[in-house]
Design a protein around this ligand. Structure first.
Ligand code: PMP
Ligand code: GLN
Length: 363
């Protein structure tokens, strides 16, 4: 869709990435480290100072002590961490439960590992359908994948639902892969319910995050995985031969930023809530129906008052004719859906959002 947006000179609210830059401090540190010669391989598990900063952040945020040496692994983006976690534990014939709509990288990784992805649709409000989830679990279920705050819906998993997930994981003796790349982008004063807050879950989970989201640097591809030592050992066997290690100057700069500028991630809820509110207010006069957005930088809209086109055709039409590119929600489902929803990325300057909303209000 980004290519299509470019081709039609549309405002690109499709692919999720900011149209503004990361903080100057971060960029200056990267160039400092490049110019001072930090340009060779980092250790396989990540620079020690970065792993320590990640462990500190987890302790301060989720009240869990993790060992930087044995439990934290720096990866080349969350995408690599998701892939390595799946490869590490899913064997031929294993089943993995995926909740649809789901981020697009889970299913191919499961299939490449020889596993079978069992897709369970979320409820219409994007909460977990526990009856359906329970029915999908059995003795072959090796892993359950969750994502909160959730791409594409902007929904979050509640404390109560995390407790129910914990019971289910224990009952079926499965592992959990918790995709928490939007952990710091959560609104209206809510707390992110990380799997790391739940002791039984933390003992059975790979928790994945991304500095691309946290520091507005999606092109740097630096993320990490936190898991118990035994799971991290298996994870690292895959990571070692997948990428081996991650960009050294980027890691050093991110470690400094976590240590010296914690306000950059601490202010993210307020920073993105302003953008969400700006977009919502600008779209209020439109005929789009806005669904609740509790986290992430995605706003889902229902366009059924405007068009009968299916989601893919609508997204393309909107890009070509209205010059605003969005993502159809149907692409995140395995089964075709009768719904008229589109995802708008609001990780954009307010002027970009205003201009896009003006166009959408004319429909
Ligand atoms: N999971 C989700 C839900 C995402 O939205 C993204 C960002 N595209 C990723 C994982 C991948 O993150 P990264 O860019 O760090 O690989
Ligand atoms: N996560 C981003 C999105 O959902 C983009 C990542 C990608 O394009 N693969 O739009």
């Amino acid at each position: 869709m980004s290519q299509y947006a470019q081709q039609h000179q549309a405002i690109n609210l499709s692919q999720g990435f900011p149209d503004f830059d990361g903080d100057d401090f971060l960029k200056q540190r990267v160039s400092h480290y490049i110019n001072s010669g930090l340009n060779q391989y980092a250790p396989m598990t990540g620079l020690v100072q970065l792993r320590e900063q990640i462990a500190n952040k987890i302790d301060s945020q989720y009240g869990l002590e993790v060992c930087p040496d044995r439990q934290v692994t720096v990866t080349s983006g969350a995408t690599e961490a998701l892939f390595a976690a799946i490869m590490a534990v899913v064997k031929t014939g294993d089943e993995v439960v995926v909740l649809d709509p789901a981020y697009d990288s889970y299913d191919p990784a499961i299939r490449l590992a020889g596993g079978k992805a069992v897709h369970v649709a979320l409820n219409d409000d994007f909460s977990i359908n526990f009856d359906a989830l329970r029915q999908a679990c059995n003795a072959r279920t090796r892993l359950l994948i969750i994502n909160s705050p959730h791409n594409p819906s902007g929904a979050t998993i509640s404390y109560e639902d995390m407790l129910s997930l914990q019971s289910l994981v224990l009952e079926f003796d499965t592992l959990l892969l918790s995709d928490e790349v939007y952990e710091h982008i959560i609104f209206d004063g809510a707390d992110h319910q990380s799997a790391l807050r739940f002791s039984e879950l933390a003992q059975r989970s790979f928790v994945v995050s991304s500095f691309g989201k946290t520091f507005h640097t999606t092109g740097w591809k630096v993320g990490y995985c936190v898991a118990p030592a035994e799971l991290s050992t298996e994870f690292r066997k895959v990571h070692q031969y997948l990428t081996f290690s991650t960009s050294t100057p980027m890691q050093a700069a991110i470690a400094d930023t976590l240590a010296e500028k914690p306000e950059l991630w601490q202010n993210l809820p307020r920073f993105y809530q302003q953008k969400r509110d700006h977009l919502q207010q600008a779209l209020a006069p439109s005929r789009l129906k806005l669904l609740p957005c509790r986290g992430t930088y995605f706003q889902v809209v229902d366009y059924s008052a405007i068009s009968d086109l299916n989601e893919l055709d609508f997204a393309k039409w909107l890009t070509r004719e209205v010059k605003v590119a969005v993502i159809p929600i149907s692409v995140f489902y395995q089964q075709p859906r009768e719904q008229k929803l589109a995802r708008l990325c609001f990780a954009k300057n307010e002027s970009t959002l205003t201009q896009a909303a003006e166009r959408l209000c004319q429909l």
